[in-house]
Design a protein around this ligand. Structure first.
Ligand code: SF4
Length: 377
């Protein structure tokens, strides 16, 4: 296990579009969270000792924890780190200051994922964000000045947004990484209940703009929604997309391990939400058999410009004839301009990245026609 995710569920405000596992902080809640985390980390390290290539603190808003709470959190993690390990912390602009940034550096954080979303006040107001445009700019500039690798999250395609202006601002700031998403209206969120609906044309236009504006600034699209300067790709997220093994700590965190002894190819472990996790309930475990493993690997791996290595997938899953099984569908998808085959890899084209489901679903259908259901759970 070279990758570890830690979920910190606390947020200062609950955004109306959010469907992550988040709670407001309340008296004693952070203390209880940290105490349970100490136990959980001590149990995990006994079987999965690292060292870690990546550590990712997500949420929630991990930067919303106080300095002494963050210090206790890091002290709870007994893993050593590889020499060039990537240690990322998700942060909201309103939770940073020069002193706070110095504290984070001292704890070993070297990369910040900033939930900026926009540099325009009306857009931030619509999103219900706690920060304004000036606070967003200041946070990015301070983080860069303090020596962090910085990734920005942007939400594109909103009615009152000038997407070009947001993208140009992000590019001009000199960050190494941008994640550009469209607003997902998840069922049950206040946005969904208010009847907000996405506008696919406006979103497609904003995505096309992202490619040109960020690409012209040297940030290449390496994943469906992610852009990076060379060497600035998110190593932790690459581990997910490449279906590496990773551990998960904290409420609702999930983990993914290879299980050479069976019953499946891999096992997914999903922690329960906060109250049950804090009470010590163990993760739900799900064995993933060869067919599902290949389906997941294709859906994740074809998000990446680099694509997947079908020979590796065949070896991991034990489906020795995988390449022959997929060959007719691959040929059709290549003719449609969605995939391209190199000697070693199957990769999405730019159109394939834009239409990921169209590029993957025929491969899934070919798998389902050729192999029986896995029969593990
Ligand atoms: S800050 Fe992020 S995690 Fe927290 S409620 Fe808003 S969108 Fe969700």
């Amino acid at each position: 296990m070279r990758h570890l995710y830690l979920h910190v569920p606390f947020c200062p405000t609950l955004c109306p579009y959010c469907d992550f596992h988040v709670v407001r902080r309340s008296a004693g809640a952070v203390e209880a969270f940290l105490a349970r985390l100490e136990e959980e980390a001590a149990a995990l390290v006994a079987s999965h000792h690292g060292p870690l290539a990546t550590l990712y603190l997500g949420g929630g808003t991990p930067s919303y924890l106080r300095d002494r709470e963050l210090a206790r959190l890091f002290a709870a993690l007994p893993w050593s780190l590889e020499s060039d390990a990537e240690v990322t912390l998700e942060a909201n602009p309103g939770t940073l200051s020069p002193a706070r940034l110095e504290h984070l550096r001292a704890l070993g954080v070297n990369r910040l994922s900033l939930g900026v979303q926009s540099f325009q006040d009306p857009v931030l107001a619509r999103l219900g964000r706690a920060h304004g445009a000036a606070g967003a700019l200041e946070a990015v500039e301070e983080a860069l000045a303090a020596g962090f690798r910085v990734s920005l999250d942007l939400i594109l395609g909103l009615p009152e947004q000038n997407a070009r202006a947001d993208l140009e601002t992000a590019a001009a700031l000199g960050v190494g990484h941008v994640s550009a998403y469209t607003l997902q209206i998840e069922p049950g969120t206040p946005f969904a209940l208010a009847g907000l609906e996405p506008d696919p044309d406006r979103e497609a236009e904003a995505f096309a703009l992202a490619r040109t504006v960020l690409g012209d600034a040297g940030l290449e699209r390496y994943e469906v929604s992610n852009y990076a300067r060379p060497g600035e790709e998110a190593q932790h997220n690459l581990a997910y997309w490449r279906m590496a093994a990773w551990g998960g700590l904290g409420p609702a965190a999930s983990a993914h391990f290879y299980t050479p002894e069976g019953p499946g190819v891999t096992e997914r472990r999903t922690n329960p939400p906060l109250p049950r996790w804090a009470a010590g309930e163990p993760p739900a475990r799900e064995a993933i058999g060869p067919r599902e493993h290949v389906k997941e690997s294709l859906m994740m791996g074809l998000r990446l410009r680099e694509g997947v290595d079908l020979a590796v997938l065949a070896a991991r899953s034990g489906l020795a004839d995988l390449e022959q099984t997929l060959a007719p569908a691959v040929e059709r998808l290549a003719a449609d301009g969605l995939l391209e085959r190199t000697p070693a890899r199957l990769r999405p084209t730019e159109a394939g990245l834009d239409r990921l489901h169209a590029a993957v679903l025929p491969l899934w259908e070919a798998l389902e026609a050729a192999y029986p259901p896995d029969g593990v759970s």
